[in-house]
Write a protein that binds this ligand. Structure first.
Ligand SMILES: Cc1ncc(COP(=O)(O)O)c(C=O)c1O
Length: 400
């Protein structure tokens, strides 16, 4: 008897229904492949929304986790531990920044960025008390806290969670004139995803990010780049901002930083920005814990080799060529960079959800987002043959 139906029934019985997962129940994984409780194998083309950039159970990361589990797992930040300094230094160097502040989830990194930007606004820029404002983009996705959903433009994410946190102005994504017009003397930061992942891997027009950088510098506003999904090799560069030679004032990082093993997020910025925080003003019991640091240090070292960025560029070109060949054959459009793609399926054919269900039946796991859009973000360890396999399965699904 198959174990999948019962496992799904049990999960639905005992959990809040804040997700609508595909009907697969995974029990083990390695590299780019997952195995379910009934022994079926799937090619992972989501990679935990980029949390598994290095694939499942990358040997170096697993070894680091095992070694650390045997020595020390948690101290809280009341004490310093021996994994902390190396992690912070190596991540700061990867980012080209002076300082790092470690947290756990992506949303916490975003919250940290918002708090730091506001404090910087009051203490450094001289914004009047309580007046700080942050400019954000339509279609954003920065997480699920009450403050973050306050400036979401997705009604599912936002409705009925008010009262909402004030202090945010939403402008169209990719429209530099609108962004510039929204900045006034109370603006402390512009907070953007350099590529909007959840929105469907939306790449802004060329020149937009350098324009944002220029406007922020001219108007004394911090450019905060949420690279939680786009960063750490996903797009073929360490950061998506790198494609246009842009350096933000603050990087928000998460997902892949934990190597698919532990939640690790971080804010990286220079001393004039992160230096505004004093003891007692911000923190997290688990942020920067020894296990997280041990794994994340190895993540940073993997990235420092450049191998994963190179793989993403080369294999991404193959993926995008394959996907482009399906435009007009069931796909309306393909967007993205590196091993990251947003596909618009012809809604006359099927919804994104239906396409993902049919892909799953064919042993490929991907995730729909917003109607007929699918997001592909395979692990960066995926091979050429596996990419061709994924594209072939998608072609078969679209051909009906
Ligand atoms: C760009 C971006 N920022 C923030 C987050 C929130 O991260 P977390 O789910 O770890 O809180 C996400 C998650 O998808 C994201 O894509």
């Amino acid at each position: 008897m198959l174990r999948t139906p019962e496992a799904i029934r049990d999960a639905e019985r005992w959990t809040a229904h804040n997700y609508h997962p595909l009907p697969v129940v995974i029990s083990s994984a390695e590299g780019s492949w997952l195995t379910d409780v009934d022994g079926r194998r799937y090619l992972d083309c989501l990679a935990g929304y980029s949390a598994l950039n290095f694939g499942h159970r990358h040997p170096t990361l697993i070894a680091a986790a095992h070694a650390q589990l045997d020595r020390l797992t948690l101290t809280s930040r009341a004490f310093v531990h021996d994994q902390f300094a190396d992690f912070c230094r190596e991540l700061a160097e990867l980012c080209g920044k002076d300082l790092v502040l470690p947290m756990n989830t992506g949303a916490e990194a975003v919250e940290t960025g918002i708090k730091v930007a506001r404090k910087w606004g009051y203490q450094v820029k001289g914004v009047a008390p309580g007046m700080a404002n942050i400019v954000v983009a339509e279609g954003n996705f920065h997480g699920r806290t009450t403050t973050i959903v306050s400036f979401s433009t997705d009604e599912d994410a936002r409705a009925d969670f008010g009262p909402y946190t004030p202090g945010f102005t939403v402008v169209p994504y990719g429209d530099l004139a609108a962004l510039s017009a929204a900045i006034d003397e109370n603006t402390v930061a512009v907070l953007l995803e350099p590529i909007q992942g959840e929105q469907g891997v939306v790449v802004p027009p060329e020149g937009y990010l350098p324009g944002v950088r220029r406007v922020c510098t001219e108007r004394n506003v911090l450019f905060v780049a949420d690279e939680i999904q786009s960063g750490l090799g996903r797009t073929g560069q360490t950061f998506a901002c790198d494609h246009e030679g842009v350096t933000p004032d603050m990087y928000l990082l998460g997902k892949a930083l934990g190597g698919g093993i532990v939640p690790v997020s971080a804010v990286a910025a220079n001393t004039d920005v992160l230096g505004v925080l004093r003891p007692g003003q911000h923190g997290s019991t688990f942020g920067g814990n020894p296990l997280a640091c041990a794994v994340a240090t190895e993540v940073v070292r993997l990235l420092a080799t450049g191998e994963f960025q190179r793989r993403s560029t080369e294999l991404g070109a193959r993926l995008h060529a394959g996907l482009r060949s399906l435009v007009g054959r069931g796909l309306l459009a393909v967007r993205g960079r590196g091993l990251w793609a947003g596909l618009d399926i012809d809604p006359a054919l099927m919804s994104g959800r239906e396409a993902c269900e049919r892909l799953a039946e064919r042993g490929v796991l991907a995730k729909d987002t917003h109607g007929s859009t699918i997001r592909l973000a395979p692990p960066l360890v995926i091979t050429e043959e596996e990419i061709d396999h994924a594209v072939a399965q998608l072609a078969a699904v679209l051909a009906g």
